[in-house]
Design a protein around this ligand. Structure first.
Ligand code: HEC
Length: 111
């Protein structure tokens, strides 16, 4: 039987799930939007990543050569080289705060 107590517990469960989901959002966004190319660990070692010669974000030297603003701009506006788009921007899919969280997330990939 569904009592009001059951409903309250259910509601609490949803609230907790939402809170945890929010805290995990950079990882979730990475897994949902970025990992298919950049790989889950940021190494770029996916089939697609190798083909596109993606940088290895686990490499300290690669990290040192990149500025936070560059990472943020690439995430929001995409990457274009020689007039050709290499990566689309995620302005529409991510909020500015989510993009910033992703930059922090990328920084933690350094080994
Ligand atoms: C379809 C494949 C693909 C997806 C999906 C993708 N990227 Fe990229 N990304 C690229 C390519 C190609 C480049 C350009 C080569 C490079 O810099 O390694 C790039 C470059 C970047 C750079 C620029 C690094 C620099 O050199 O300035 C950042 C930061 C980045 N991606 C972050 C992300 C984030 C964050 C996501 C998800 C929101 C994402 N990428 C999703 C393919 C992808």
């Amino acid at each position: 039987m569904i009592t009001s107590k059951t409903l309250r517990l259910l509601a609490l469960g949803f609230t907790l799930t939402a809170a945890v989901g929010f805290a995990a959002s950079a990882k979730e966004n990475w897994d949902n939007h970025c990992a298919q190319c950049h790989a889950e660990d940021g190494s770029g070692s996916t089939k697609m990543g190798k083909k596109m010669k993606l940088k290895d974000y686990t490499d300290a030297k690669v990290q040192a050569a990149l500025k936070d603003e560059e990472l943020l701009k690439a995430t929001l506006d995409g990457v274009t080289e020689g007039g050709k788009q290499k990566m689309k921007g995620y302005k529409d899919a991510l909020s500015a705060a989510e993009a910033k969280d992703l930059v922090a997330f990328i920084r933690k990939m350094k080994k």
